[in-house]
Each structure stands twice: as C-alpha cells, then as structure tokens.
Design a binder for this molecule. Structure first.
Ligand code: AOF
Ligand code: ZN
Length: 377
C-alpha cells in the first residue's frame, strides 16, 4: 500500500518499485555505517533489469550494482533510488555521472541526500543531462530507512534509541525476560539495527545480558559497558567476544588501579581476560553520555542503543530525556507485573511532558512494546 502522497509526475507503479528499492536497501541493515542503507531498481518496459543495494561503506553504491546487472538495458530505462544519487567522489565515484553515462531516461528519487556534499546536486546533474527526475516517491519510507544516517550527517552525533522495561504500575522492572534473542524477535532486530548497544555495570551485574542479535548474518553491535570501575564479574556474557565485540569505558583514573586490584584475586585476572578476549578498554574522565556518544560518532557509528535496566531507569532515563543529547527514539517494554513500590523518579513538570510521535504499539508475548520518536526540541 502507498504510504505517502505521490509527487507530480509519479504513478502508483513508481511507488511500488520504490518500495522494492527500500526492501533491497534493508538487506544491508546494520552493515553500512557511517553510510546509509540505499537500494536501487532499474526498470525497462515494465521489466526489472537491475537491482542493487549498498552493502558496506567503501564498497560500491546501490546504483552501481543495479547498473552492472542492467548492462545495455539501462539505456532509456527508469532508475529508482531510495536516496538521491551522490554527486561527489568519496570512497567511491559519483553515481549521478554513472547514471548519465548509462543513458537512463528517468530517475525516481525517494528523498534528497542531506549530506552537504550532495544536497540536491545529484538531482541537478541528472536534470542538466536531460534526464527526467522525480523526487519524493515514498519519501517518508525512504527517510525512515536512512534515518540514523540523516541524524548523523546533520547533527554530528549518532542516532540514539533508549530501551527500557517497566512494570504495569509504572516502576522499573527487570528486563531479563524481555531480552528474548530469538530470530525475528523485536529485541533481536533492535540489536541488528544498532551499531552499538550501551549498558552499565549495574546491568551487567543484575541481568548479565548477552546483547547478541540472533538474526541470520547480523553484524553484531559493539557492546559498550559503561563502568565506574573494572571490578566486573569475569564470567559476564559480554566478555564472550566470540559472540560480538566489546568495549569497556571506565574512569581514566581508576583504570590502572583496577587492573592490578582484580588480578590479586587469583585465577584469571581482569587484565589478562581483557587482553586475551580482545576487549577494548577506554579510560575517560567524567564519562558523560555526550563524551561516550562522541567517541562512538568518531568511530563512524550511525546508531546507538541504550539498554536500560532496573536502576538505570531511575538514575539516567529521566535526566536523559531532558538532556539535549536525546534520545531520538524510545522503546518501552511494559510487563504485566506489579512492583507495588512508590517510584520516586526525577519526573517532568506536567507542562513539559514529552509526547512521542509516530507511535507504534504491539504485543510481544505478555508484554506490550510502545515505541516512538521524540519530537525535536
Ligand atoms: C548513493 N548511493 O548507495 C549511497 C550513497 O564514501 P562514499 O563514496 O561511499 O560516499 C558516501 C556518501 O554517499 C554518504 O555520506 C551519502 O551521502 C552517500 N550515500 N549515495 O548515491 C548509495 N550509500
Ligand atoms: Zn553514490
């Protein structure tokens, strides 16, 4: 079904091909950062002659793969691209020129690329070469597909999602049972979509989560543990780096002391464990969320998930929602349990309450998952 109004010069058939391009784009979910997911379909006389998607930064763009498959058939054809074709030489050459050289007759673009190096210039190059261009077919869908990239390129910060669980009576609740990492589960896709997942040392101690997506072929998110000290349980699942990479961010001053302290406990020392499992450790003064997000941005990440647990919700979710650093998206899991405890959270004044947008609610076993976007403040 069609999700947005059609721009002038576009048909419902165009929208259908664009949705195919988006489907192709999504094949690379979790793999493209710092680049966006992009898909391309080339159609000649009602027949699909080329298909492509951007698999990974450094590799060719969606258009290149689709043009390769189409070969000579690209001449006079229509190309559907979920994102405006690039017009600059980055890690790869400009797609606008590749489309011109292939002599396509028409290009249907999902949405303009907010990258200042592109920003409408791709469309301009195509039009100057006499190619018919329609912009904005399935625009909302195409923007949503590249939302983390859009956020990164515009704000120089990764797109932040906060997930937490709560009881029916509005108190924090253990999230253990909700981390069902089966293939196709909501949690598994959330991990697959995000480049990194942040948890605290409290979460490691209380829940000992694996933080591994069960989706076939998923690129595992970097598991980031924010820890006040390195005194973490040595048998924590996050230290099993055969399942996914792990980074521990801890206080810069505590770092040397902790490595030695723990090693006195006998058995495998924290220091040798971190080295043998190739766990990355970063010492940071202050460890503010801003500094952590900045470090992940520098590493080329588009999307970061904060997976909150019992104590974290009280400690950081309230202040976080109010902070200028986000989150952009909230995923709340409401479990049918009553805690009966009086929650004394930081709270918002009634007039400041944040209303989520584009809200989706679904049942997930006995839980209800509510997710939505935080409107720009
Ligand atoms: C497209 N098609 O499939 C993608 C585009 O370093 P490069 O050469 O990979 O260029 C990266 C930029 O190109 C990226 O920041 C974004 O603006 C655009 N991505 N463009 O025409 C694609 N992935
Ligand atoms: Zn390109």
């Amino acid at each position: 079904t069609q999700s947005t109004a059609l721009p002038e010069g576009a048909t419902s058939k165009d929208a259908e091909y664009m949705r195919m391009a988006v489907e192709l784009a999504r094949k690379a979910v979790g793999h493209t950062s710092p680049n966006p997911m992009v898909g391309c379909v080339i159609v000649k006389d009602g027949e699909i002659v080329g298909r492509g998607f951007h698999p990974k930064a450094g590799e060719p763009h969606a258009e290149v793969f689709a043009l390769r498959e189409a070969g000579k058939k690209a001449q006079g054809a229509t190309a559907y691209v979920s994102l405006e074709p690039c017009n600059h030489t980055g890690r790869t050459p400009p797609c606008s020129q590749a489309l011109v050289r292939a002599r396509v007759a028409r290009v249907v673009v999902g949405t303009v690329d907010p990258n200042p190096l592109v920003g409408g210039k791709g469309v301009e190059t195509l039009r100057k070469a006499g190619i018919k261009v329609v912009v904005g077919v399935e625009q909302a869908l195409c923007q949503a597909t590249a939302e983390t990239f859009f956020h990164r390129i515009v704000t120089n910060k990764p797109f932040l999602t906060v997930r937490y669980t709560m009881s029916l009576d509005g108190a924090a609740s253990p999230s253990q049972g909700n981390r069902t990492s089966e293939e196709g589960s909501h949690y598994s896709s959330l991990l697959q979509e995000n480049d990194a997942v942040i948890v605290t040392d409290t979460c490691i101690r209380e829940d000992n989560p694996r933080l591994v997506s069960a989706e076939a072929g998923a690129k595992q998110p970097l598991r980031v543990v924010i820890a006040k000290s390195l005194e973490l349980p040595l048998d924590s699942h996050v230290f099993d780096t055969s399942a996914g990479p792990t980074l521990v961010i801890t206080d810069a001053e505590a770092i040397t002391k902790d490595l030695q302290n723990v090693s006195k406990q006998g058995g495998e020392s924290m220091e040798s464990l971190l080295i043998s499992r190739a766990v990355d450790v970063v010492g940071m003064n202050g460890m503010s969320l801003d500094a952590v997000l900045d470090l992940l941005y520098q590493r080329g990440f588009n999307s970061v998930l904060i997976d909150s647990t019992v104590s974290d919700v009280e400690n950081c979710l309230g202040p976080l929602a109010l902070s200028e650093y986000g989150p952009q998206k909230v995923v709340a899991v409401i479990s049918p349990v009553l805690r009966g405890s009086k929650q004394q959270g930081p709270g918002l004044q009634l007039e400041d309450v944040l209303k989520l947008e584009r809200v989706k609610t679904r049942a997930c076993g006995e839980d209800v998952v509510v997710e939505g976007y935080v409107s720009k403040r």
